[in-house]
Write a protein that binds this ligand. Sequence first.
Ligand SMILES: Nc1nc2c(ncn2[C@@H]2O[C@H](COP(=O)(O)OP(=O)(O)OP(=O)(O)O)[C@@H](O)[C@H]2O)c(=O)[nH]1
Ligand SMILES: [Mg+2]
Length: 357
Amino acid sequence: MVFWRKKKPADAFESNPIELGDSSSAVRSDETKSDESSNSVGSSDGSTDGTAETNPSISWWRRALTKTSDLLRTDIRDLWKSEGQIVDDEFLSQLFATLVRTDMGGTTATKIRDSISETYRSRRIELTDVLNVIREQVGQSLKSKGAALKMAVSGPTVILVVGVNGSGKTTSIAKLAHRLTSEGNRVLLGAGDTFRAAAVEQLKIWSTRIGCEIVHGEHGADPGTVVYKTVQRAVAESFDVCILDTAGRLQTQSNLMQQLEKIKRVIEKQIEGAPHEVLLVLDATAGQNAISQAKGFSEAAGCTGIVLAKLDGSAKGGVIVPIAEQFGLPVKFVGIGEKLEDLSVFSPEDFASGLFS
Ligand SMILES: Nc1nc2c(ncn2[C@@H]2O[C@H](COP(=O)(O)OP(=O)(O)OP(=O)(O)O)[C@@H](O)[C@H]2O)c(=O)[nH]1
Ligand SMILES: [Mg+2]
C-alpha cells in the first residue's frame, strides 16, 4: 500500500545532523507483504497498480529472450538429421551440450536429458517434444524463484544496489525509481558511486528525468558518508524508498568488498533491519561469469535478490537458472533495454514460456 505524500524541497546533503529518534523499521511479514509490498512494486506475475507499466505480456518476454531462444531453437533443430530423430546416446549427449551452451547449468540440463531418455529412448522424437520437456524443467527449476521487493513496515525502505563495473546498476536504479515513483512512492536516490568520473552526473540526469530527489557528494568523497546522508534525509523527510548506487567492483577485490560491508553497517546503524534489499545487478551477457559474481557478492554483501540486466542482448539468459538454484537468490527484476520502461518483475512461468515462444 502506498500513500502519496507531497514532495518536500530538495536539499542535497543536509548540513545539520539530525536526531534519528525511533527510526527502527522491520521488514513486513510475509502475510502483509503479499497484500502490500507486492502491490506496490508488482507481484511476480508482473502485475502492478497499473500506473507504471502494463503487464509484461508474452511478447515482452519474447523480446527479452529473443537471442537465448534463437540459439536454443536453432541448435536443437540442428540435431535433427532426418525427419524423426531416434533418441540414442549420441542424440542425448549432443542435446546436453546444446543445453549447457545456454548456460542453464548442468543440473537442469541433466534433468532434461534424463527425462527425455526415460520417456523416448530408442523411439522417434519431434522437436516440439524436446521443447516441451525443456520448458517444463526450466519452469520447475525456477518455480518460486521470483519474489516481490521487500518493503519496510514503516519508515523508508532502503535498497542498496551492487555489482561489477558496467553491469547495469545505475540504469537499473533509474528504472526501478521510475517504477516506484509512478506507483506513488516518494523515492530518494543516493549517489554512492563517488569513484567513477561522471557517475554522480549520470544519476543526477536520471533523477531529473524521473522527477525524484537525489543526495550526492563530490567526486572522490567517501561513499559511506553519501550513504549516511542519504538515509538520514530519507528518514528525516519521510521518503518511502531510498535507493543507493555504489561503484562497480569485482567480487575478487577484497578491499572494495569490505567497503560494501562498511556501507551496509552504516545503513544498519541508522535503521534497524535495513537495508531491506541488497540487489545484485548481473549482466545477462556475462554467462558463467555471473555465477562467480553471485557467489562473491552474496558472501560479502549478503545480497537479497538479483536484477538481471541486458537480457535483450544476451543468448545466455539460461544462466538465471543455476544462479537461482545454487544461491537461493530470488530474481526480482529483469532489464531488457536502456529506457526507463525496460524493467519488469521476474516471472518464472513467463520466462520459461518466453524461451520457446
Ligand atoms: N541493452 C541494454 N543495455 C543496458 C541495460 N541496462 C543497462 N544497459 C546499458 O549498459 C551500460 C552500463 O550501464 P550502467 O547502468 O551505467 O552500469 P553500471 O553498473 O552502473 O556501471 P558502473 O557504474 O560503471 O559500474 C549503459 O550503456 C546502459 O545503457 C539493459 O537492460 N539492456
Ligand atoms: Mg553506475
